[in-house]
Design a protein around this ligand. Sequence first.
Ligand code: FES
Length: 150
Amino acid sequence: MTLKLTINGQEHELAVPPQIPLLNVLRNDLALNGPKYGCGLGECGACSVLIDGMAARTCVLPVSAAVGHEVTTLDGLSQNGELDPVQQAFIDAQAAQCGYCLNGMIITVRALLNHNTQPSAQQIRTALEHNLCRCGTHVEILQAAERAVI
Ligand code: FES
């Protein structure tokens, strides 16, 4: 079965089983390694992408669910060589320790800013409360997210 996907503005036709997780297709078939495999259970957020501007967890999302939607991965956030302001804010705040969770953190903050350009500190905290960081750099991550608010 062939599925048509739109990922980072590009059309792809892929012969993949419709029920496999979108994460597997992104990483294994398209070499888009921004999304990470963390828990595989939809709990940690490491595998997040934007689907029509909203954050989605691709380890538990069948690839067929992305058909007809615009998928944006971390790899696709930068435009014309310019990092997305959220990416830049995370660099400026030195928010990473191991960095494994940052895909999910950045995607979640981007999704928040897509529908609320001026979130409060509490709204940022709430948006990120289901994204896990095993290194415990939550303070820096929250500071980075606040820097991203223009
Ligand atoms: Fe998908 Fe953890 S790897 S939520």
